[in-house]
Design a protein around this ligand. Structure first.
Ligand SMILES: Nc1ncnc2c1ncn2[C@@H]1O[C@H](COP(=O)(O)OP(=O)(O)OP(=O)(O)O)[C@@H](O)[C@H]1O
Length: 644
């Protein structure tokens, strides 16, 4: 975000940002907001009352000491000053409590907005766009900082009313005692100092925003060093020193422009404002002294104006209860709004309000056939026609005019070297991305014409990088069809078919065991057991209406026996489903009805295993190579063979 170049632009932008924060009042609660506002006004008025009462006391002490005035004339202003002080302290304590309440409410609302925006698109394209990721990272990061969240900004904005009420009160005091010009001079001094402090903070925050990518990298490196995910590799590969050094470099690079700008933003303006401010203050104090010497103002008046001037100088400073909060809270709110806007650009009309209650997000029943497109119960044929696709920012497309027919109710295997585009093809099929050109059709209906949500309900996928949810085993499987989470029989059946039921039953709480060691009583599974969970999840989706099954390296983490068992029952598990199997183990894919060899985003060979072997092309060469390698290994290591 570029800083506005003109003063008017800056004021306008600051006003708009405050307006956005103020607009959080429905989330904060109008009642609580009104209480906080009233307390702020009280906190603004009472210091002025205190100063007036103290001055009155000072003015009356002389006459009382000389016996010209009864002592009672001193007591009541003293009592007022004491009462003002006590109420001020009580109001401060009450305002802190109310501010916490306001902040919690607004932050809760902001988190809900962020989560809703993150989940608002059916495609994942925006979440891989670096600009959108920056916005998300910024918003999430600012929200995690408890002291400068939008909630803190909202509470801080209300708290601002206190000091500004004091400014008005003390300026009025100066006007009454010394006249309007002196009051105007003091007002200019206060606002100038405030502009120096607050405006500097605003510019400083913009510099910090400019290094968002470096801050993202430093957050990533911190997470890497402190999280469990990379703990093993960092140590085994001896990466700890490298990581420490890299973090130091990135941190310094992120801070360098900030340090450089600090001098420009704070030092020079500060010296200028101080010179002007001190001149103004000196003039007002000189005027007060001259008036007192002339007897125009009495001792009480002098005491009052001195207190007012001192208070006004203090009010030109930084407000710790408000300034950082409103500045950085605004950053978070701005980032959340920018993120929402970016996500909205990617959302299809039907996605609006997607992140609703679970009942809204569930998988369709098989009978749910009332929508456009192929009937939900029938496994569709899928056709890619002239499909082009490249990832954002990539130099070359991954798919470049792909034509491919995937027959209904059959198993099609996709093979090809690393990076050939197999997983990308699956992501397009699952409508996680849209093709740049060309169409993907299900039974002749362009997927772009179907609500992504309806289509995605019909697909069950075991992704290569499937998710390990830190939840119960039952939930991990039941997420295949979330609205059927209570189908315990179905979950057990899926676990059994994935070869996992005995393992899960043996856990301390059976299927209800929490699959995470981060929680007390939780347990972790092995890599292969987790993969079976992912398979069970996809099977559970099939029981509840999905008709397309995608298996991307579904057995990569399974042992040889488990893999053999899985493929022995493969035909039964996938019967009458349109199945797409991706695997580098050609001995597994040979059972597929059809095998498609992809290379650089094109189909280079396709047919049954036998047909491709007879054709003696690249598939045959790859298959023979793998078969020879396995034969060699089997010859040289006969004892490693798994029996049966
Ligand atoms: N999210 C992404 N952003 C940018 N480029 C990507 C992304 N995912 C994949 N690619 C690139 O797209 C190309 C195809 O990747 P894809 O994952 O589809 O290959 P694949 O055939 O499934 O490979 P593998 O056999 O290794 O799983 C690769 O060059 C990869 O670098």
């Amino acid at each position: 975000m570029a800083a506005p170049s003109t003063g008017t632009g800056q004021v306008r932008q600051a006003a708009l940002a405050r307006l956005r924060i103020a607009r959080q009042w429905p989330a904060a609660g109008p009642g609580w907001s009104a209480v906080a506002l009233a307390l702020s006004v009280v906190r603004g008025v009472l210091p002025v009352v205190f100063a007036v009462a103290v001055s009155a006391t000072v003015g009356r002490i002389g006459p009382v000491l000389h016996g010209t005035t009864p002592p009672a004339r001193v007591w009541w202003p003293l009592a007022v000053a004491g009462a003002a002080l006590i109420v001020l302290h009580l109001a401060e304590a009450a305002q802190k409590a109310v501010a916490e309440q306001l902040a919690r409410r607004v932050d809760g609302h902001m988190y809900r907005r962020l989560i809703a925006a993150s989940l608002s698109t059916r495609e994942i394209t925006p979440l891989e766009d670096p600009a959108v990721l920056d916005e998300l990272g910024e918003a999430g990061h600012e929200l995690r900082f408890a002291f400068r969240t939008p909630g803190a900004a909202y509470a801080g904005l209300i708290a601002l009313v206190g000091p500004y009420t004091q400014v008005v009160g003390f300026t009025a005091v100066v006007a009454v005692v010394l006249g309007p010009w002196a009051a105007l001079a003091m007002l200019v001094v206060v606002l100038l100092f405030r502009h120096g402090q607050r405006g500097g903070l605003r510019r400083y925050a913009l510099v910090i925003r400019d290094v968002a990518d470096l801050r993202r990298e430093s957050r990533y490196l911190r997470g890497l060093a402190m999280g469990p995910a990379a703990a093993k590799e960092l140590r085994v590969f001896g990466l700890t020193d490298w990581l420490t050094e890299r973090y130091r470099q990135v941190y310094r690079r992120a801070l360098a422009p900030v340090w450089a700008e600090r001098r420009r933003i704070y030092l020079w303006p500060y010296l200028g404002y101080t010179a002007v401010g001190l001149t103004g203050v000196a003039a007002v104090l000189a005027l007060a002294g001259a008036r007192a010497a002339d007897g125009v103002i009495d001792l009480a008046g002098l005491a009052l104006v001195l207190q007012a001037v001192l208070a006004l100088i203090r009010l030109g400073e930084f407000y710790p209860d408000s300034d950082t909060q409103t500045q950085y809270g605004m950053n978070a709110e701005t980032a959340v709004t920018a993120f929402e806007r970016s996500m909205a650009r990617y959302a299809e009309p039907a996605d609006t309000g997607r992140a609703g209650p679970p009942a809204d997000t569930g998988r369709a029943e098989p009978a749910d056939t009332g929508r456009a497109g192929p009937p939900a119960a029938a496994a569709p044929a899928i056709d890619f026609s002239g499909v082009h696709f490249g990832y954002p920012g990539a130099a070359r497309p991954v798919l470049d005019g792909l034509d491919l027919h995937i027959p209904a109710g059959k198993c099609t295997a996709l093979v090809g070297v690393n990076g050939a585009g197999k997983t990308t093809l699956v992501k397009l099929l699952a409508r996680l991305y849209s093709p740049g050109a060309g169409t993907v059709r299900a039974d002749g209906v362009d997927l772009a014409d179907l609500p992504a949500r309806d289509w995605q309900r019909r697909i069950a996928v075991v992704f290569q990088d499937f998710v390990r949810y830190e939840l119960s085993a039952a939930a991990n499987i039941g997420f295949g069809a979330v609205e059927h989470l209570d189908d315990r029989a179905g979950i057990r059946r899926a676990a059994r078919e994935a070869g996992l039921l005995d393992t899960l039953d043996a856990l301390p709480d059976g299927l209800d065991t929490l699959l995470s060691r981060a929680y007390e009583g939780g347990l972790d599974l092995s890599g292969g057991q987790w993969q079976r969970i992912a398979i069970a999840r996809a099977l559970f989706a099939l029981y509840h209406g999905s008709t397309v099954l995608v298996l991307d390296e579904p057995t990569a983490a399974l042992d040889v026996r488990a893999e053999a068992e899985f493929f022995a029952r493969f035909a039964e598990l996938t019967r009458s489903r349109t199945t797409i199997l991706i695997s580098h183990r050609l001995s597994s894919v040979r059972r597929a009805d059809r095998i498609v060899l992809l290379d650089q985003g094109h189909v280079v060979e396709q047919g049954s295993h036998d047909e491709l072997m007879v054709a003696n092309g690249r598939y045959a060469a790859m298959f023979t190579l793998q078969a020879e390698r396995f034969a060699d290994e089997a010859d040289s290591e006969p004892l490693t063979q798994v029996p049966g």
